[in-house]
Design a binder for this molecule. Sequence first.
Ligand code: OAD
Length: 242
Amino acid sequence: MGPLNRLVGALREASHCVALTGAGISAEVGIPTFRGSGGLWERHRPEELATPEAFWRDPEKVWRWYAWRQELVFSRGPGPAHTYLARLEEAGYVKAVITQNVDGLHILAGSRNVVELHGSIRRVRCTRCGHREELAGPVREVPPRCARCGGLLRPDVVWFGEELPRDALSRALEETEKSDLFLVIGTSGAVYPAAALPALAARRGAVVVEINPEETPITRIASMVFRAPAGEVLRAVYEELS
Ligand code: OAD
């Protein structure tokens, strides 16, 4: 049996398949990943842009970078990988998507049970009154101010050194513990606690599958590995199943 048929068979048999996704799943629509060649962290230092300390030191600088990323994200739609993952959920094969991405593309693609572990770049939060607001497009002024209290707004994302939203983390743990098939798609497995989820799933007896053109720390616990772009693999899987 070929590797694709093995995955198709596993999806048919699974009672609770969960996908964990990272920046690689959005790479195909032109949103750069963080690590690897051409990655954002090659050109920028995370501690200067993605920490609370960096924000309070220079909110304008941090916001310029986020405004640039918002321009990028708001101008892109879901790619094939987001779309086929949503279709796999609609067809009942995938039960949940846990994502480290802040681009909102899984939700736009039609995935329903989405856990956004690192928040959303499409939302802002007031650092003074806590008010949250969904944006229709990139922020216009930098740094933006709260319409309610005039406080400084921040992107509603998780920065290094911050805790993950409690509700998202507990939902992610719950889905992982329930899973018997765990797809790890487009993540380097470098950032915790998300990177711990595949091992947790494996300990609970789930079959771990990696879809990533590069080797990662997840590879050694994966029973099936696809060294190809996510969109290609998910399209082939979906077509085989339907
Ligand atoms: P990374 O940039 O660390 O890893 C992206 C992964 O996607 C790499 O392993 C690539 O090999 C893989 N990849 C690239 N193109 C792909 C494709 N077409 N199909 C499948 N895989 C592909 O991104 P994450 O693991 O998501 O956190 O990074 C985790 C966190 O680190 C992010 O959420 C962000 C970042 O710093 C915060 O900002 C808190």
